[in-house]
Write a protein that binds this ligand. Sequence first.
Ligand code: ATP
Length: 660
Amino acid sequence: MQALEQVQEGQLQGVEDICALSTVSEPALLHAVRLRFARQDIYTRVARILISVNPFCPLPIYRSECLDRFKQAKDSAELAPHIFGTGHDALRGLAQGTKDQAIVISGESGAGKTESAKFLLTYVAECVKGHDADGAHGAHVEERVVQTNPVLESFGNAMTTRNANSSRFGKWLDLRFSQALAMRGCRITSYLLELTRVCGQCEGERGFHIFFQLTQARDEPGLKALNLQAPEAYRYLKNSVLRAPGIDDKQNFSDLRRALHVLGFSEEEQMQAFQILAGILSLGNCEFGEAEDGEELGLVGAEAAARALRVAPERLAQGLRRRKVVTGRDCIETPLRLDQARAARDGLGRVLYGLFDWLIQRMNDGLEMTNGQKPGVLDISGFESFGTNSLEQLLINLSNEELQQQFNEAVFKSEIEDCLKEGIDLGEIRYEDNSDVVALLDGKGGVLDILDEELAMPKATDLSFTNKVLKSQGKHRRLVTPKFYGSATFGIHHYAATVTYTCDGFLEKNADRLPLDTVADLLLSSELPLLQEMGRRLEGGSPLAKGSKLRSATFRFRASLRELMTKIQASETHYVRCIKPNASSVPEESSRRPWCTSSCATAGCWRRYGSGSRASAAGCASRISCCDSAACRCCGPRRRGPPWRPRRRRRRTRRRWRNG
Ligand SMILES: Nc1ncnc2c1ncn2[C@@H]1O[C@H](COP(=O)(O)OP(=O)(O)OP(=O)(O)O)[C@@H](O)[C@H]1O
C-alpha cells in the first residue's frame, strides 16, 4: 500500500519559496502555485528558479513603486517572488563576480515568455540608468535597447491559435555593461524565423503583424506613394484573420515608427523597408496562366511587384517563369511548370522577408559593443506539438531538449554531486534525464546527421530518409516507429510529450535552396540600395550563397544552437519557467465552469461560451474580460450544477451517502 503524502501548513498557505517546505513533492508544489495564482500572486520561487503563471490580465505589480522597491533591496529574497527579483539577482551577480549572467525563459506558446523578457529588460534598463555612460553610444543606450522590442514584435510576431502576439522566432539578447554597470549596448541573435508564414497561414491565424500595420496605415501622408490597399486585396493576407484580438495595428505601427527613429533608422531606410514589404504583397498577387507543352506560362501582376521592388518587369517575369539547366558546358533555359512557378514566386517572397535579418543586423551595428560583461536573456520558442509536425517543430523541440538537458545538469546533477561531496544524503531524487533524446537527434549518426547525408544522395526522398532513420535507430527507446510501413513519419518520446513528425518536405527544407537561380542578380539589379545589399549577401557570404559549406538549414541551426549552449554553460544561469494556466488565454479560467463549450460568434473572438447559450456578439467588448451576457453559462447567473447531470448518478451518490 502506498503511503499518502503528508500535507504541510506552508503548502496550504501558498509559500513564496517552495524550498521553505520541509519536504518538497510535486503535489505540494502544484498546490502552492495554484493557491498563490488564485490570489493573483503569479510568481513562486524555487531557489534560483522563478515560476510565473500568466494572469492574462494587467496586474498592478510592475509599477514604478514596485520597481523601486527591488532597486533598493539588498537581496531579492527580502521581497516576494517577482520577475524584477530575477533581474535584481542577475545584476547583483554581474556586480559581484566575473561570470556572465544568463536568464533562460521557457514555457509553451502564450505562457508569457516575451512579456517576462520585456519586464526584465525594463527593470535592468531602469536600474542602470544614470550609471556612468562612458560608452560611445551615450546616455540613451538603455532606451534604444528597449526600443528593439517594437521592431522585433512587428516583424517577428504574428497571431496564432494559441497567442495573438506570438513570437515566431527565438531570441537571444546579449546585453553589454561596463565595470560600473553602465549599459554599453546589446546584440540580438534570432533563431528559426517562421518564414513560411509570409505566404500562407493556418486557419484562425495571420501573417506577421507588420503587413497589417502597414496596410492599416496606408493613408498616412508618407505612405501614399506605396499604393497600398486594404489587407483583403492581397492573396498573402486575405485568407487569414484580419484583426488579431487585443492588437491595435495602427497604434503599434506608430510605436514601430518611433522605435525605428530612436534606433537611428533614417526615413529613407524605413521607406525602403516598407517598399520591400509592399513588393512582397504585390508579388503574392502575381498569377500564372495555363501554357501549352514547352511554352512559357502566362503571368499577370508582375508589373506592380516590379514597380514596388524597383526592378525591370521583364527580369522579374523571366525569373518567375524560367529556370537555367546546366548540361555539361551548356546552359539552357526551360520554362517552369505551374506548380514550380508558384513555388518560385512564394520562395522569392520569403527571400525578400530576409529583411528581418537585415533589421537585426542594422540594430546590432548600432548597438553592439565588443567589450564589457554580458548578461544574456533567452526567449526561445517553447516545446511544440501540433496536429502535423514538420522539420521546424523538430528543431524547436531539439532546442528545448538541449535547454532541458542544460537545466538538468545545472540544477540536479551538480547539486546532487555537491551534496554527495559534502556527505549530505539527499535520499532518492528522481528527474528525467533526456540526454538520450539529444543524442538521438543531434548526436553522431543521429536523425539530423542522416538528414544531412541524404542531401548528397541524388535519389534521396523523404521516405528514404525516414526508412534510414528507422533502420539505424529503430531500437532506440525514444524513437516511435509508425504503425504502417511506407509512411514518412516517426515519433519521438520527448521529455515533455511524444510528438509524431511528418517528414514530407524535410529534404527540401533542409536543402534550403534559393527559389530562382537568378534571385541574387534580380536583387542586385534593383534601384533600392537595401535590396542591392540583400543581393550582395546572397551572392557572397550568406549561407544561402552557392558553394557555401553551410548550405543545410539544420547544419546552420545546430551550429548556432551549440554556440548558444556554450554561452549559457559559461554563465551563471537564472531560470524563469512560464506557465499557461488555460488553453483559451483568458484570466481566471479556473473559476469558469467546465461545460462552457461554444465559441463566440464575433469574428476574431476566441472566447468560449456556455453550450447552447445565445451570447450576443455585443458582449465581446474586451479581449481580457468575459462576455457578461446573462444568457452565457460562463458569466451569467451561477447555477447549482450542469442541468444535464444524469439523474441515476445523483441517486447513486445519495445512496452511497446514506450507506456511508
Ligand atoms: N505578466 C503578465 N501580466 C499580464 N499579462 C500577461 C503577462 N504575461 C503574459 N501576459 C499576456 O499573455 C499574452 C501572451 O504572452 P507572451 O506573448 O509573452 O507569450 P509567449 O510565451 O512569449 O508566447 P509565444 O511563444 O507564442 O511567443 C500577452 O500578450 C499578454 O496579454
